[in-house]
Design a protein around this ligand. Structure first.
Ligand code: T5A
Length: 210
């Protein structure tokens, strides 16, 4: 593990992506690697503004295609400002969601045609696909329960996508599993029903075995 890698974490709501980004970052730093932790949408000041616009539901009227364009615009900026410079320095980049989320949320579950999703990916991502993607898989009911608990037992309102019905979340799960099946060299499916520490061990094993 001499130079940094670009690692993304994907999956449905509450699958444990943020938790695993943090745990892997700690482990890599303990091993003296430089690590950039980031997320999508977000990662830059402008990206965080687009995040707020999208997750508040204000962009919902643009429809899934308009939202896909906004996610992709934020992604192109994020790649230019944060991800590529970090990789050029030799740092590791751990990103909570990336282009597979657009393919699953706006594409498979949102109804934007695969050709349009691929065209957006070509424009926004080009050859900067992740080296490795962890797909955290679990039944959507479990993930949504975890996010509701984390959001103060229902005190905080669900965001634009958490608020979608179970059918949408089941379509997401199937979409992520399909992506993993289509791109087995890049994607690793993890059982996200396991304890945090067990998921972290699976992540670490995949990292060290390359
Ligand atoms: N989106 C994003 C799109 O529609 N298109 C796109 O292109 C992109 C990039 C982002 C939203 O935007 C959508 C997808 C999303 O809806 P977000 O707030 O970043 O919004 O939402 P998520 O990425 O879904 O993140 P969450 O914070 O909701 O879930 P995580 O990160 O998967 O889960 P995490 O780690 O915060 O854990 C949730 C809770 O579960 C516990 C944690 O302690 C926490 O309380 N937990 C576990 N409990 C039991 N066992 C485990 N193994 C656990 N792991 C974590």
């Amino acid at each position: 593990m001499t130079t940094g890698k670009f690692i993304t974490f994907e999956g449905g709501e509450g699958a444990g992506k943020s938790t695993q980004v943090k745990l892997l970052a700690e482990r890599l730093r303990d091993a003296a690697y430089k690590v950039v932790e980031t997320r999508e949408p977000g990662g830059t000041r402008r990206g965080e503004e687009i995040r707020e616009f999208l997750l508040s539901g204000e962009a919902k009227n643009f429809g899934p295609m308009g939202e896909a364009v906004l996610f992709s615009a934020a992604r192109a900026h994020h790649l230019n400002e944060v991800i590529r410079p970090a990789l050029e320095r030799g740092d590791w980049v751990l990103c909570d969601r990336f282009s597979d989320s657009t393919a699953a949320y706006q594409g498979a579950a949102g109804g934007v045609k695969p050709g349009l999703i691929r065209a957006l990916e070509r424009v926004a991502v080009d050859r900067n696909m992740p080296d490795m993607t962890f797909i955290l898989d679990l039944p959507p009911e479990v993930g949504l329960k975890r996010t509701a608990q984390r959001n103060g037992g229902g005190g905080e309102r669900p965001d634009r996508f958490e608020a979608m019905d179970l059918h949408f979340h089941e379509a997401l799960r199937a979409a992520f599993l399909r992506i993993a099946e289509e791109q087995p060299r890049r994607c690793i499916i993890l059982d996200a029903l396991q304890a945090e520490s067990a998921v972290a061990e699976d992540v670490w094993e995949a990292i060290v075995t390359g």
